[in-house]
Design a protein around this ligand. Sequence first.
Ligand SMILES: *Cc1c(COP(=O)(O)O)cnc(C)c1O
Length: 463
Amino acid sequence: MLDDMIDYLQDIRQRPVWQPIPDDARAAFRSGMPAQGSDLAEVHQQFMQHILPNAIGNTHPGFFGWVHGGGTPVGMLAEMLAAGLNANCGGRDHIPIEVERQIVRWMADLFGFPASASGLFVTGSSMANMIALLVARFRALGREVRSHGIPPKRQLVAYASAGAHGCIAQAMDLAGLGSANLRKIPMNAQFQMDVVALETAITADRQAGLQPFFVAGTAGTVDVGAIDELPLLAALCERNGLWFHVDGAYGALAALSPALRPLLDGIELADSVACDFHKWGQVPYDAGFILVRDGAMHLDTFASRDTYLRRDARGMAANSPWPCDFGPDLSRGFRALKTWFTFQVFGAERIGQVINETCLLARYLEEHIAARPELELLAPVALNIVCFRYRAAGDIDAFNAALVADVQESGIAAPSATTVRGKLAIRVAIVNHRTGQQDIDALLDAVLKLGAARPQFITTESA
Ligand SMILES: *Cc1c(COP(=O)(O)O)cnc(C)c1O
């Protein structure tokens, strides 16, 4: 099994990035629960036949969809060790908790947070952003909010750029504050939150009797990779007494690259930072992370006193506070181990280099797009994401959506589609350490060839 998986990763470039799922593979997963067991080898055969060839393809160097990490064999092996230990990292006194705490300190150092900062591994930044929002809610409404909920006539309002990830609005929803109470602030030409518009919105909400409490800056927007002006946001939050959160889901780890670190200036002023090791950090899914400046308030937001979770000064119930005191999960796997192995084996510098190289590849793609009359860039390239389209007559959005599907189904490369300022864009996010110039060339060739081959839909107006 191990050999098969290592061979798979080694020879990944020979495979199609993705392929439409054959009917027999889908059908294989419609059978009922097996009453009797079968041979491990036989079950593994089913994995090799139906699961392995029909993955989404994010380990492949030609995968550019969304922001998916590539993973490494080192992370894979560490995950196997973690499963073998079967550690439950909710709490209690064992070394896996210390591994997680060590990474909390590494991240506090990386982002310039004090030693008293707290942190926690979570599934992903969706959960990390949610935790940050809940700590901010606790600060705004006090301890009472945990037992009595939101007091009547106290409407909390949050702010993020129009380019912020949807999980911020979802966090408002889940926290009982309402997604409509997230103000989506317009973006400037660089796709950064317009700070003047933000201040205006805060003032208007105050005048309307509402309570502004939370600003989420984004370091690496999911559509175009823009980084909000963090120092300006920090100063504005300071002036207004608001919680300053940074959603650095994929972008915050750019701090590992000396060339990119200046782009994140101001992150050290945040009250909390969300980031994902499973994106640019190349750690296998899932490995999200939240860092909070005020560790005591983070603890107060989640800690409970259930008797079966009793703490002691000695024995296995020592070593409090536990990770379960910093988030909603009690039982938790050992996500820290694959992250720890990744940093130990490759080192922070090498991970930072990989991150910088993906940005250089994005520039390379940008230059080639500028040189091709068939193609049009749709957003400035801030980091590793390139949004462009194929110039076509007629319904250009429908043309480009179809072209993205053509390229995906070709198996040569896998970009995704998004909408940038109302225009459908071919979106290329370069995240994988395996991706090189040859993969960018192959993507460009495929886009140009399939774009030229696709009939253009001429509408009546343009005809
Ligand atoms: C990926 C991403 C998220 C969501 O993170 P998950 O790990 O998928 O939960 C949030 N914000 C941004 C900017 C992202 O890129």
